[in-house]
Design a protein around this ligand. Sequence first.
Ligand code: CP
Ligand code: NVA
Length: 308
Amino acid sequence: MKHFLSLMDFSKEEILDILALAKKIKEDAKAGKHKDYMPKKILGMIFEKSSTRTRVSFEAGIYELGGVGLFLSSNDIQLGRGEPMKDTSRVISRMVDMVMIRTFEQEKLEEFARYSKVPVINGLTDKLHPIQLMADYLTIMEEGLDKDLVVAYIGDGNNMAHSWLNMASKLGFELRIATPKNYQVDKEVLKLALEEAKKSGAKITIGFDPVEAVAGATVVTTDTWISMGQEAEKNMRIKDFRGFIVNEELMKLASKKAIFLHCLPAYRDYEVSEDVLEGAQSRVFEEAENRLHAQKGIMVWLDQRRDK
Ligand code: CP
Ligand code: NVA
């Protein structure tokens, strides 16, 4: 049985296989053909943090696959009152067929998976957001930008930056990350990505200059400067990230065919300007829609491998 906790647990072939499945499910759905890949299957969806895209993509997705989703906010289940993760996992995984969980520490997710009888999907942790990267890469493929891909990630060295590192190192594309000095990516995540890059041929560069990172890039991307759980640092972060906004001036330095991606929610005039977000190069809403299709691909792929 396979879980979906980190892209580093998958080979390049497996990642592309899931994406191909997502693409097929999307094309069929667009043609009005919803195949019941997961009839009567139940997806438990545990949320310790807020969500719009993750919740709706999984809940609508499992329904369109023939199953049903249970929205389990930690405010409403005993987890929020201190019931241990390992007990929660052993109870819920005896009653449902798959679990998606959004939590804080990656270790909590891993503990849940260790005790689970069913496949577990990482719905975002402080460290990683792998399901988002599947939608992002699907969008890149649809734009025909997956050949000679150069991604510039500007901003916080957070869960999104880490997941870009994982994806680049697995698929072998060029990734340039520019963060402020005090907000660099996790050393261990970087080390593993650089090791993997030696095998895949990925070119990974880490720096502090958005201008340098963006030059000639075919995808420019960023994320919020204040992730969930960091609200108390808001004023400090806004000061520290000055100069890291993706605006028209910066976009002009990218390739002419470059697109702009953002996992959303976006905070205008902090990490991205309104004109870039709403501009001709922005694909953020195609990317958001692809959450639905990518998530279906992941669920079906895991479900097909349950007994393997
Ligand atoms: N991008 C993303 O995961 O959005 P939500 O927090 O709304 O799920
Ligand atoms: N880095 C952001 C991503 C939200 C989808 C956060 O963790 O809040």
